[in-house]
Design a protein. Structure first.
Ligand code: SIN
Ligand code: MN
Length: 204
C-alpha cells in the first residue's frame, strides 16, 4: 500500500495512488480469476439497450440488469454462483472503512474504447447507511460527481490506476458517472482498458 493523503471531492473521499504497482498487478490477477468463473457481459437495460461497460461480479450478490430491470442477483444467468470477493479487496475495505459491515458484493466493470457510464446514484442496496468503495485499475477515467439531487453543478476528476474512492455518509447517494476513459494510458489490463471494482453492502 502507498499513496498520498486522502482528499475530498464533493463529499467523496479519494485516496490517490492507494495501491502500489505490485498490489495493482496482484489485483488484476484476481480480476482475471473472477472473469474465468464469471465472464464479463454487456447487460441490457429495461429498454433492451446493451450497456457499453462489460460487467461481472463477485460475492454473495451480483448487480445485473435485463429486460425486467436491474437488481442484485444471488447467481449468474446460468445459475452458477458468483466467485468470491478477493481477500485483498476485503482487507482494503476493512482498512479504509473500519466502521462498515463487510461487503457482500463486488461489481467488476470493464471499460474499453468508448465505454462510459451515465450519471446515476447507487441506491439498489438494502442499507444505504453503508458506504461504497471503488477501486480503479488500468486506463485513466474521467469521473464526474454531482449532488444528491438530480441536476445542478458537477465536478470531474481523472481517476488513475491504483486510486480508491469512497461514497459514504452525506455523499453516499451523490450522482456519479464515467464520461470517458483515456485508452492506452495504462498497460495493466490485458487487452487494454480500465477495470473498476465497486464494493458494496447490498443485502440487508
Ligand atoms: C459505477 O458507478 O458503477 C462505476 C464507477 C466507476 O467505474 O468508477
Ligand atoms: Mn455507481
Amino acid at each position: 500500500m502507498s499513496g498520498a493523503d486522502p482528499l475530498t471531492v464533493r463529499g467523496a473521499t479519494v485516496w490517490p495512488g492507494c495501491l502500489d504497482a505490485a498490489s495493482q498487478a496482484a489485483l488484476m490477477r484476481d480480476v482475471q480469476a473472477i472473469w474465468a468463473a464469471a465472464p464479463p457481459r454487456h447487460p441490457v437495460t429495461r429498454w433492451g439497450r446493451p450497456l457499453s461497460v462489460g460487467m461481472s461480479a463477485a460475492g454473495a450478490l451480483g448487480w445485473t440488469s435485463d429486460r425486467r430491470g436491474y437488481r442484485y442477483a444471488p447467481a449468474q444467468d446460468d445459475g452458477r454462483p458468483w466467485p468470491p470477493i478477493p481477500p485483498a479487496l476485503l482487507a482494503l475495505w476493512a482498512r479504509l472503512l473500519p466502521q462498515a459491515r463487510p461487503p457482500d458484493s463486488c461489481l467488476v466493470n470493464l471499460y474499453r474504447g468508448a465505454a462510459r457510464m451515465g450519471l446515476h446514484q447507487d441506491r439498489d442496496e438494502a442499507d444505504l447507511t453503508q458506504p461504497v468503495l471503488s477501486v480503479s485499475l488500468g486506463d485513466e477515467a474521467l469521473f464526474r460527481l454531482g449532488g444528491v439531487a438530480r441536476g445542478g453543478r458537477t465536478e470531474s476528476l481523472w481517476l488513475r490506476s491504483g486510486d480508491v474512492l469512497a461514497l459514504s455518509g452525506d455523499a453516499r447517494l451523490i450522482h456519479h458517472g464515467i464520461d470517458r476513459i483515456r485508452p492506452g494510458s495504462s498497460d495493466l489490463v490485458p487487452g487494454g482498458g480500465r477495470v473498476n471494482l465497486t464494493l458494496r453492502v447490498a443485502g440487508a
